[in-house]
Design a protein around this ligand. Structure first.
Ligand code: WTA
Length: 630
């Protein structure tokens, strides 16, 4: 696949992509390995919604990630794995070795009765076997559902049950900085309530010798012994489901976002090559965990489709000290580095002494993703990491979009700190007002929608197409609604301002306020709660919980800590509130709706100026809450 090389070319490509999207994407799709070409490039109707790309085509994405490169790149490093502990040796896994290991593990899955269309849950640390398992699922047509290994047993079980997974692939535990975490005991609790799971495959990582349930639990290393490394890839239809990835929404139940095969594949490679301006020998490092979409698209699929070397990091940015990222960049001569603003802010706060020992002269391109980046963090990243010579690509996209949507092309698009800049070819964003009317012109602000399909867009919510329609396609009929607020400046450049729904973005992770409230409300002494986000210097947003307790002794530190235990049990430590405030009442409208706008103001330190409070059932409540703060 060719990449765009100049701004003029970008403009002409963009124009072509809007004037004739089908011709444009058919052209981009040519370089892949197809078993059969498509009959129709695009069939769509946002009312149902229905989106089908490359219908009639047959392919396998793992063949496109692996087999396609064997002739020219067999010995090239596909995965460069850096372990948690610097004293453990890094691993270089070539394309041919990866092909062998994926094929062998595919045969293991087959021998356990996994067939095309089965759902497989993965709950693993950042080790090469996670990528191998993902690609093995794809190779035999099983639908992978990766669950971030920081989620609790209940969250894991909910996700497994929502899509009735047949198999779980996990590990005995993981290393995270100085800590060793046992995963298997969490899995054991989860599997008590997962009737669809037939087996758990357990990778040995921390040698914790967990209990293995007879017949159900199987060791990875025992299963692969003596298994053939030849596995023909299952031929898939373009629209066959590739994976499910759960993400938070504005109700308590996470949504299983479904992506399909061909469109996702084409867009993952296209966006990877163009935004990062990837060149043949670049070492690419995306720091995201594979438990999130960024890890799916830019640790695994995008880079491997492009035949790149993708660095996979098991550890955390602050272990053994806050120079780890920079040390790894020098050690492996990383050329393109892609991380989250929250990590940049956290490392900035640790001071320059952790940056100074490193040269960082291999870097060519820097990127950010997951949340808005503030000016100060942008400048620090630009000056101290990029040495003022690396473009920063601030990439806006979502689990639902599959790939980067609004982003500069490195070194090609003019940069503006805090701006995701311009849409990629094929992407047609628009801003709408509160009534859903499109806002035309520049120097405007509104809710961000996309008005035309792109190849890697969400196809459905697993088992709930109606919800998919309601959440994304009904608010603004005829358009995909992103849930984000956005500005378009005088030059037509886009700047994402944050979520406009009840989702909080904590350290780049989406947390639904309703999910946290549901967890808090399970505490026996909680009458009601309301959760909002507030600005946090490192995490972007923090979680603030207002809680009404029925405890006759009144609020106490004990209840607070018990509430935190509930949240960790229901969701995981990522959803821990920064603040829990006990209140006597919540600001509600006469129809019983909580006015979160007011709570958000209180949480961010506002003591007055709450705007119009006349629609509140009891306006007094607001002052009471503010007073209880002192
Ligand atoms: C936010 C992550 C500002 C946004 C790929 C979006 C961003 C949500 C940016 C998706 C950015 C992501 N600037 N905000 N560059 N990138 N977001 O599904 O609110 O984990 O809707 O996908 O993160 O988060 P998700």
């Amino acid at each position: 696949m060719q990449k765009i090389n100049s701004f003029e070319e970008f403009q002409s490509e963009y124009k072509k992509s809007v004037e004739n999207p089908e011709k444009f994407w058919a052209e981009k799709a040519k370089s892949f390995l197809w078993k059969r070409l498509w009959d129709k490039v695009l069939d769509w109707d946002f009312e149902e919604p229905k989106v089908k790309w490359f219908e009639g085509a047959k392919l396998n994405i793992s063949e496109n990630c692996l087999d396609r490169h064997l002739e020219s790149l067999a010995d090239k490093t596909a995965i460069l794995w850096e372990p948690n502990h610097p004293s453990e040796e890094a691993k270089h896994i070539s394309y041919s070795e990866l092909h062998t290991r994926v094929s062998r593990f595919s045969n293991v899955l087959k021998s356990l009765g996994v067939v095309k269309g089965d759902r497989i849950a993965l709950y693993m640390p950042m080790v090469p076997e996670l990528t191998i398992a993902v690609l093995a699922c794809a190779r035999i047509g099983a639908i992978h559902s990766v669950v971030f290994a920081g989620f609790s047993a209940k969250a894991l079980a909910d996700r497994i049950n929502d899509s009735s997974c047949k198999l779980l692939i996990t590990a005995d535990g993981s290393y995270r900085g100085a800590k060793t975490l046992d995963l298997k005991p969490i899995v054991d609790i989860a599997l008590e309530s997962c009737p669809s799971i037939e087996h758990a495959i357990v990778l040995e990582r921390i040698s914790s010798k967990p209990t293995m349930k007879a017949h159900r639990d199987l060791w990875w290393h025992e299963l692969i012994e003596g298994v053939s490394s030849v596995c023909e890839a299952t031929i898939m239809d373009a629209e066959d489901e590739l994976f499910i990835l759960y993400t938070s929404g504005s109700t308590g139940k996470p949504k299983g976002v479904v992506h399909s095969t061909a469109g996702y594949m084409v867009y993952a490679e296209y966006s990877f090559r163009n935004v990062f301006q990837y060149e043949g020998n670049d070492v690419f490092w995306c720091t995201a965990d594979i438990g999130w979409i960024t890890g799916h698209s830019y640790v695994i699929y995008g880079p491997l489709l492009a035949g790149a070397t993708t660095l996979m990091f098991e550890g955390i940015p602050t272990f053994p000290d806050a120079g780890r990222f920079w040390e790894v960049i020098d050690k492996h001569q990383v050329n393109i580095f892609y991380t989250a603003p929250t990590a940049i802010r956290a490392l900035e706060a640790c001071g320059l002494d952790f940056v100074k020992p490193y040269k960082l002269d291999s870097l060519k391109v820097l990127g950010t993703v997951g949340e808005p980046i503030n000016e100060e963090a942008w400048q620090w990243y630009h000056k101290h990491i990029g040495k003022e010579k690396c473009p920063i690509v601030d990439t806006w996209w979502q689990t639902e979009t599959g790939g980067m949507m609004i982003a500069p092309l490195a070194g090609i698009t003019q940069l503006k700190p805090m701006y995701a800049t311009l849409p990629l070819p094929g992407i047609q964003p628009c801003l709408v007002d509160a009534e859903g009317k499109e806002i035309i012109g520049n120097g405007v602000e509104g809710n961000l929608c996309i008005k035309y399909p792109w190849p890697s867009m969400i196809r459905t919510i697993y088992g709930d197409h109606k919800r998919c329609n309601e959440v994304y396609f009904s608010t603004n009929p005829g358009k995909y609604f992103t849930g984000d607020g956005c500005k378009r400046d005088e030059d037509g450049f886009y700047r994402i301002t944050g979520r406009v729904d009840d989702v909080i973005n904590v350290s780049g992770h989406r947390i639904g306020t309703a999910e946290v409230e549901d967890a808090i409300n399970t505490h026996r002494l909680v009458v009601e709660s309301a959760v909002v986000g507030f600005p946090h210097p490192i995490k972007g947003q923090g979680i603030y919980a207002f809680v009404i307790t029925s405890d006759l002794n009144g609020p106490s530190e004990l209840i607070k800590s018990e509430i935190i235990v509930e949240i960790c049990g229901h969701i995981g430590a990522i959803a821990k509130p920064e603040q829990i405030q006990f209140v006597n009442g919540l600001p509600k409208t006469r129809s019983g709706k909580i006015m979160r706008r007011i709570l958000r103001k209180i949480a961010s330190g506002e003591k007055e100026n709450f705007g119009d409070t006349t629609t509140l059932l009891d306006p007094e409540v607001v002052q009471q809450i503010v007073k209880s703060l002192n």
